[in-house]
Design a protein around this ligand. Structure first.
Ligand code: ZN
Length: 457
């Protein structure tokens, strides 16, 4: 199956608008690492792809961590002496320190100030702050709002609950010919922030839609989880499944106008690292490959030494390096349909590499086979010696059982799709035979398309 071809047959602007539209539907929800916000979000993803939703009780031990109490919020405000709401959660859910403990009190401004967070360098923006593991309450507001507050008494109210409940996450499993898995993971715990995290959520959902109902070599495991604690909780409950992950990607911050950044897995030379570097080199956008570091998104957990999974992270602008990061300026204008669509295209291209990367044997290895008599010495476009013929020569020359198609694409400097198309043609012409896949793949049940009836709305 060629997913890039499938993608390119569609109208990419329409795909981009659809991705942005889904982000706009999810944007208003007040999410957190637990609670009804993430539940509602998962429910909306479930309307598009088959999603199994799991609930893990508060207090469950997950490696060195414990599943926290569940947080839910109904309302929050700061009122002045005249009863005017000077800060209102209903205007923007970033106004509340995420995971605030409940409070209802009246206090003077100087006492209130230790609970207020602003960004003086961007006086119109509201910062996004959390306090998951330290019981605190607070408000985030624009610096302009803060400077407008008179030295007076204020009523503060955070109508929230922090009680025993559950941590909720969603999984979409698409079985393939092999039980070997490709992991696609994104965090879904941030409130009204678009690039971080809705760009990853919407692109991952669309990728699952694109892959669904198709014949697949690998099984695909999509995770929509709260950041950090969600990945730790999933890994703690799925150690056996984790052993089947052959390739993985964390998707985060892929809707902004910045160039692509791919952070390699801890291994550094995994097939996913090479596949992504290759695809980005040929994608036409600017891109940079970053070495692994034990800080960032959930690749930190997948690449912890006990797992050391081949999981990298695809971003556009790197978190923390752009001023809009974790502020109200990371809004629906900060992500663009064209960028979302191109990010999905890159994911489809990488899946193509993983799905089609295999080794072949040249059945006619002594000198070049005579391509002319097989009608292979002309380009399908009609040119005498074109890139297509060059690709055929490269594939014939390096199909010695040792070189994979990705090896050949890298060495020839040609795109994987060109090399893969050449291999297919040469195999059909009887000049190549495919080497059998690894025993683990060959033994796997042929389970595709029975259990993954996808809605294609
Ligand atoms: Zn974040």
């Amino acid at each position: 199956m060629h997913f890039l071809k499938e993608f390119d047959q569609k109208n990419s602007m329409e795909i981009g608008r659809e991705l942005h539209g889904f982000a706009a539907e999810l944007y208003p929800i007040c999410r957190s690492i637990t609670g009804d916000g993430i539940r509602r979000t998962l429910g909306m993803i479930q309307d598009r792809i088959p999603l199994q939703i799991s609930e893990v009780p508060t207090g469950t031990s997950v490696f060195d961590w414990t599943v926290p109490k569940e947080w839910n919020i109904r309302d929050a405000y700061i009122k002045d002496r005249d009863g005017n709401k000077v800060v209102d959660f209903r205007d923007c859910n970033l106004h509340v320190l995420n995971y605030s403990i409940p409070v209802h009190a009246t206090m003077p401004l100087n006492e209130l100030k230790v609970h207020l967070f602003t960004l003086p360098e961007h006086p119109d923006w509201i910062p996004y702050r959390t306090s998951y593991y330290k019981p605190e309450w607070g408000f985030c507001l624009s610096h302009n709002q803060l400077t407008a507050l008179k030295d007076d008494d204020y009523e503060v109210c955070i109508d929230a609950s922090l009680e025993d409940g559950y941590l909720t996450y969603g999984e979409c499993y698409l079985p393939g010919h092999s039980t070997d898995e490709v992991l696609i993971s994104c965090h879904a715990c941030h409130p009204s922030l678009a690039n971080d995290n809705l760009s990853g959520v919407t692109v991952a959902t669309a990728l699952a839609e694109l892959l669904g109902g198709q014949d697949r070599r690998y099984s695909y495991h999509f995770l929509f989880i709260p950041g950090t604690i969600g990945a730790i909780t999933w890994l703690a409950g799925n150690r056996e499944t984790a052993l089947r992950i052959r390739h993985g990607l964390v998707l985060a911050g892929i809707g902004d106008a910045g160039g692509f950044h791919y952070k390699k897995s801890r291994r550094g030379d995994a097939e996913i690292d090479r596949a992504m570097a290759h695809v980005l080199r040929h994608c036409g956008d600017s891109s940079e490959i970053l070495e692994f570091a034990p800080y960032g998104y959930d690749e930190r957990q997948y690449c912890s030494p006990g797992f050391n999974l081949p999981v990298g992270c695809l971003m556009r602008s790197v978190w923390g390096t752009f001023p809009e990061y974790h502020t109200s300026a990371d809004n629906l204008d900060f992500i663009q349909p064209a960028q979302l669509a191109e990010s999905l295209r890159v994911c489809a291209a990488v899946v193509d590499v993983l799905e089609n990367n295999q080794r072949y044997r040249n059945l006619n290895p002594h000198c070049e086979p005579q391509l002319g008599k097989r009608n292979l010495y002309r380009s399908t476009g009609g040119e005498a010696i074109g890139a297509e013929i060059n690709a055929r020569l490269w594939v014939l020359n390096l199909s010695d059982e040792d070189h994979s198609l990705l090896d050949i694409a890298e060495r020839s400097g040609m795109s994987f799709s060109a090399i893969s198309a050449a291999a297919e043609l040469l195999r059909e012409s009887g000049l190549l035979s495919a080497m059998p896949a690894g025993a683990d793949s060959a033994d796997a049940p042929h389970a595709a398309s029975q259990t993954d009836q996808l809605r294609t709305s």
